[in-house]
Design a protein around this ligand. Structure first.
Ligand SMILES: [Fe+2]
Length: 428
């Protein structure tokens, strides 16, 4: 994010001496400068000043990262996933954290989408494969990073750059636990290029701007979180490796640091985590139906993230507010229905917390009767987060476990042929 920030203690000139405070007449120890940068020194970066040498570890062991295998969506079907059902017991939620407890729903070689309902604090973690965009469906949490902390809540997108050491601390509530929808890229995640000036400022026609982005409150040091500078700490790292091909080769390692990872006394630059709340997205509307790109909020390599927010709808006197049938021939579409009513999907079984997968190669659109019923509507009270991928999505173990098994029949009045009936299964 090309939006310069500076926090804490940094020297006036980069790559020059910066020292710990010392007593009168004494010279303090040097801080250790780390450049965290993208694309081989050719894109955004930040300079972080550590109390300790950031390369230091005293142990490395394997992190058994869980089941990241995927199964092709074959035979090709639109799917309805119900991820809430994966975390339906209070005991499961209590023991689950956002990092090690996420269940893989869908994935391909560019992006993985997983889900967690978490009551436990995560270990310190960094994703060495790509940026993460974690959408907070419900609940609240504190996210502590080496850049500073965020208080996050319902509707927040938390964008965490690759290799940012951080942890998730849910603000637990039995009634309203933290529900996290995790979009992990194998690339970087950024605002759409068409909304950025050639120097990176968000332009006037962008549905949001820099004022809507929350930056971390920092610096954040071990003593600020009740820890000690010298506390030995484990950091869980997800990284590229030679894991099973069906899991994208992804593996995990736990590094033991002989100190606490919150040791950055200051940083500056244009690469850092930030938060954007979906309520700050200003929808673009028109006289007739606007195509999904107007709802785009972020993009990564080979995928986009869009959000459908509560909005006035099409105002041409003969408009049909729900979408026309569309065959997005180059994309798979994943819609996560988070709040409100979703007019176009009435009668399909989809409700709040549902996810639909509309795969490329198959046209999709409103369920029967929805187009007629939508005529005259002036406002849609809906909130959905959509991920469109250019490569097909396969099903993760979590996706397989919460597939309703019959969504593909919802345009035909759920009339399964006898042969299909045998395949229908339910999470009930
Ligand atoms: Fe669509």
């Amino acid at each position: 994010m090309a939006h310069y920030q500076s926090m804490g203690s940094i020297p006036p000139k980069r790559h020059t001496q910066h020292r710990r405070p010392a007593g009168r007449g004494k010279v303090g120890e040097l801080y250790y400068e780390e450049l965290m940068g993208e694309e081989g020194f050719s894109s955004d970066s930040s300079l972080l000043y550590h109390r300790n040498i950031p390369s230091t570890i005293v142990d490395a062991r394997e992190w058994a990262i869980g089941d990241l295998s995927t199964t092709p969506n074959h035979p090709l079907k639109p799917l309805h996933l119900q991820p809430h059902a994966l975390f339906d017991s209070a005991r499961t939620v209590k023991q689950t954290d956002v990092v090690t407890g996420r269940r893989l729903l869908l994935g391909n070689g560019d992006v993985r989408i997983s889900y967690a309902v978490a009551g436990a604090t995560s270990p310190w973690y960094r994703n060495g494969i790509g940026d993460e965009c974690v959408y907070v469906e419900r609940g609240a949490a504190r996210v502590e990073t080496v850049f500073g902390a965020f208080e996050v809540a319902q509707g927040d997108y938390v964008i965490i750059p690759r290799a940012t050491t951080h942890r998730w601390i849910p603000k637990t509530s039995r009634k309203d636990p933290l529900r996290a929808y995790c979009i992990e890229a194998n690339s970087h995640i950024a605002p759409p290029k068409r909304y950025l000036s050639k120097y990176g400022q968000l332009l006037e026609h962008s549905p949001y701007c820099e004022r809507d982005l929350r930056v971390p409150r920092g610096p954040l040091l071990a003593e600020d979180v009740g820890a000690k500078e010298g506390d030995e700490t484990e950091v869980y790292i997800k990284h590229r490796g030679s894991g099973p091909a069906s899991s994208g080769g992804i593996v995990g390692t736990v590094h033991t640091l002989p100190f606490h990872p919150l040791d950055v006394v200051g940083w500056d630059g244009c690469l850092y985590p930030y938060v954007f709340n979906v309520r700050d997205y200003e929808p673009i509307t028109g006289r007739v139906h606007q195509p999904p790109p107007v709802h785009q909020v972020f993009e990564g390599w080979n995928f986009v993230v869009c959000n459908f927010v509560p909005r006035k709808v099409d105002y041409h006197p003969l408009s049909i507010p729900v979408p026309y049938y569309h065959s997005n021939v180059d994309s798979d579409e994943v819609m996560f229905y988070v709040e409100g009513d979703y007019e176009a999907r009435k009668g399909s079984g989809i409700g709040q917390g549902s996810i639909s997968l509309h795969p490329g190669g198959h046209a999709h659109g409103p369920q029967p009767g929805a187009a007629e019923a939508s005529i005259g509507a002036e406002y849609f009270d809906e909130l959905a987060v959509m991920v469109d991928t250019f490569r097909p999505l396969d099903l993760g173990e979590g996706g397989l476990a919460c597939d309703d098994g019959r969504y593909h029949l919802s345009w035909s009045g759920n009339r399964a042929k006898p042969a299909d009936a045998a395949e229908v299964h339910s999470i009930d």
